[in-house]
Design a protein around this ligand. Structure first.
Ligand code: FES
Length: 254
């Protein structure tokens, strides 16, 4: 008689801060039925929570890579759980290790407190809505070089994966980080922004632009294919160009 064995995956989740008050870190293994090609890591977490441990904590909302709430570390790499297919992780081992994002306080299990991350984004680019008071009404062609440079960088969903992957954030907790500086680029590269010089000065400091060591760790994990490194380099060039222009005026007045 032919016996059919159900395929399973071994989901190993880092747990912290249980409802009982136990704050000790530990790894829990869940044996999850493999649901086929379309199964993603978020599906496996949901299965584990519904069938094994209702106290397993993680965040999700849209489940289609839009809201940015399901960011975690998966087998050592920052990823969105809803966009990481189980089939793509099954090559080397049937184990999937999931842990919370780095550089953010853990609230419980995979849930992190992102308030510091969002505060830095707001600090780097205070007006979160383009069209605020500092923006002139002039229109800019969507085909202009300026818009073509800005548009891809606007796709950020503020998931925090780049912040977690960035080694410099781990070394300097005041560092604004890739997403915040990318947001600053989106604001400052817009020629309609009438306060761009002030805003540029506020990010051109030791905890802003100059702290980036161009390691490209942020772009390696961005689920939207954005390169915050490129945005940071463009802002650095803007600062240096402005300084050189001022210097030239002093050396060659008139
Ligand atoms: Fe929204 Fe994953 S649940 S991005």
């Amino acid at each position: 008689m032919c016996e059919t064995r159900m395929e399973t995956i071994s989901l190993i989740v880092k747990r912290t801060g249980q409802p009982t008050g136990d704050q000790e870190e530990r790894w829990n293994r869940f044996i999850v039925p493999y649901a086929g090609e379309s199964m993603n890591v978020l599906d496996s977490l949901i299965w584990a929570q519904r069938n094994e441990d209702p106290s397993l904590a993680f965040r999700c909302a849209c489940r289609v890579g839009m809201c940015g709430s399901c960011g975690v570390g998966i087998n050592g790499k920052e990823s969105l759980a809803c966009r990481t297919m189980v089939r793509d992780l099954r090559g080397d081992s049937d184990e999937i290790r999931v842990e919370p994002m780095r550089h953010l306080p853990v609230v419980r299990d995979l849930v992190t407190d992102t308030s510091d991350f969002h505060a830095k984004v707001n600090r780097a680019a205070p007006s979160t809505e383009l069209g605020g008071a500092q923006f002139a009404a002039a229109s800019v062609s969507p085909l202009s070089r300026e818009r073509r440079a800005i548009e891809p960088q606007r796709e950020c969903i503020y998931c925090g994966l780049c912040y977690s992957a960035c080694s410099i954030v781990g070394l300097d907790d005041e560092y604004l980080g890739p997403a915040a500086l990318n947001r600053a680029f989106v604001m400052l590269a817009d020629s309609r922004n009438q306060q761009s010089q002030d805003a540029l000065a506020s990010v051109a400091n030791e905890h802003g632009l100059w702290r980036c060591h161009t390691l490209f760790e942020c772009e390696a994990v961005c689920p939207k294919g954005i390169s915050p490194t490129l945005a940071i380099q463009r802002l650095k060039r803007k600062v240096i160009t402005n300084k050189l222009k001022r210097l030239l005026k002093i050396i060659h007045p008139g």
